[in-house]
Design a protein around this ligand. Structure first.
Ligand SMILES: [Zn+2]
Length: 426
């Protein structure tokens, strides 16, 4: 199957400065074959897409999610993290049935696709139902069973079973990681077990790190060290890692983090909403630490729209540094695409539009009042656009959404199911 996209303004996200040119894109099955001016239209083509007035760029990469938490949108908000988790979230999570996980995850997937995300990195429990939802929506995803100190055995077996099924299949859009929840909820034995499992399965590890100052205090009083040191001493950084948040990292922690494979997932909206703190992204990037963007779960962000994360990330860094040039619109776009791919160890497959890479791309309608005039397209995408400006989404060479219509998915049915679950549980 060959697809030709014509008349596109292509932002390929290759290189250190923005490169936007009118080009055609030729796709062979799920791989980008060629990007060039005026590709010969006489070659055999099965599908043609006219991208006039569209900016075509790599699909956005959401590096930290809890898809099944969509049910918690707007539920008992305006609380700090531990108060919110212990008094609002945990009691309800205990009652979630597998079917609930499926529909809640499905809703998050649709919301992500509709706002331009093509890959996510998810950790939660009951992940077999989340994997089912991801597969039915067509997203690309890294998935992990979140392991805490309790019910470890079952999650380890499931991780092993799914890793064997998905990680050895080159064409699979799903990749299985191991996940330990966080330093303050996993004792040294649990963390060591997770690291050993990641080594055995030749995969990476997804974990929360240094999200709040209280967590840091807990780890300090328990082990006499910072949480980054705690993980380092347990050999966590022997394997590729995705570290969600990374707010409370010292200069000595940065020296440790400089050597990791993978990187940090910065979740600015969640960090603002829960008043967790500001991750110093400028400093991390200066030190060569890969930093991507993530939404976290809907309960703590309220939306899966990565455009909100881009804008908030930019504003937070500018305020933190008291310097508007501390981070540029193009830097933010890199975080949402190629740098996110590096965090997930997928930079050879996704994150830029280049021949040989997977055909994951989004079409943004730029003929809009709030993006007129187009003095600086990158600036318009980061500071003026929103998720609803994404017109079409292609994942693995297949259009999943076209003209804002989800192909083969029933949005109303998903909403009906999630409302029903919310009514029963909240
Ligand atoms: Zn999280």
């Amino acid at each position: 199957m060959r697809t030709l996209i014509t008349n596109a303004s292509v932002l390929d996200m290759v290189g250190e400065t923005a490169n936007i040119e009118k080009k055609d894109i030729l796709i062979n099955n799920n791989i980008i074959e060629k990007i060039d001016k005026d590709i010969d239209q006489n070659i055999e083509i099965d599908e043609k897409i006219n991208a006039k007035n569209m900016l075509v760029m790599p699909g956005l990469i959401n590096t930290h999610t809890h898809l099944a938490m969509s049910i918690f949108r707007g539920y008992k908000t305006d609380k700090k993290l531990m108060d919110w988790l212990e008094n609002a979230i945990y009691p309800v999570e205990d009652k979630l049935k597998p079917e609930d996980i499926y529909w809640n995850s499905y809703l998050s997937c649709l919301e992500m696709i509709k706002s331009g995300t093509t890959t996510c990195n998810d950790m939660y429990f009951g992940m077999n139902k989340t994997v089912e939802a991801i597969e039915n929506t067509g997203l690309r995803a890294v998935v992990a069973w979140c392991i805490k100190d309790d019910s470890i055995k079952d999650k380890i077996e499931k991780t092993r079973e799914y890793a064997q099924k998905y990680n050895n299949n080159k064409n699979s859009k799903i990749k299985i990681y191991v996940s330990a929840d966080a330093p303050h909820t996993c004792n040294p034995d649990t963390i060591t077990m997770c690291v050993n499992l990641a080594k055995e399965l030749n995969t990476g590890l997804h974990i929360h790190l240094a999200e709040t100052s209280n967590e840091e205090k807990k780890i300090k009083s328990r082990y006499g060290k910072r949480s980054t040191e705690y993980l380092n001493d347990l050999n966590v950084f022997d394997v590729p890692v995705v570290l969600a948040h990374g707010i409370y990292v010292s200069d000595s922690d940065i020296e440790i983090l400089k050597k990791i494979k993978g990187g940090i997932s910065h979740n600015p909206v969640s960090n603002c909403k829960l008043s967790s703190g500001i991750c110093n992204v400028v400093k991390l990037r200066k030190n060569g630490i890969n930093t991507g963007l993530g939404t976290d779960g809907i309960g703590s962000t309220s939306t899966m729209d990565m455009f909100e994360e881009m804008k908030t990330a930019a504003y937070l860094q500018k305020v933190n540094a008291k310097e508007p040039s501390s981070i540029l619109a193009y830097d933010i776009l890199k975080m949402a695409t190629i740098d996110g791919a590096k965090v997930l160890g997928m930079e050879n497959e996704i994150g830029t539009l280049e021949p040989g890479k997977k055909a994951d791309m989004i079409f943004i309608k730029t003929e809009k009042l709030h993006m007129c005039p187009d003095n600086d397209i990158c600036s318009n995408i980061v500071y003026s656009a929103n998720g609803a400006d994404v017109d079409s989404v292609m994942i693995d060479g297949k259009l999943i959404m076209q003209n804002r219509k989800m192909l083969n998915m029933n949005e109303k049915e998903v909403m009906r199911q999630v409302k029903k679950i919310a009514k029963r549980l909240l």
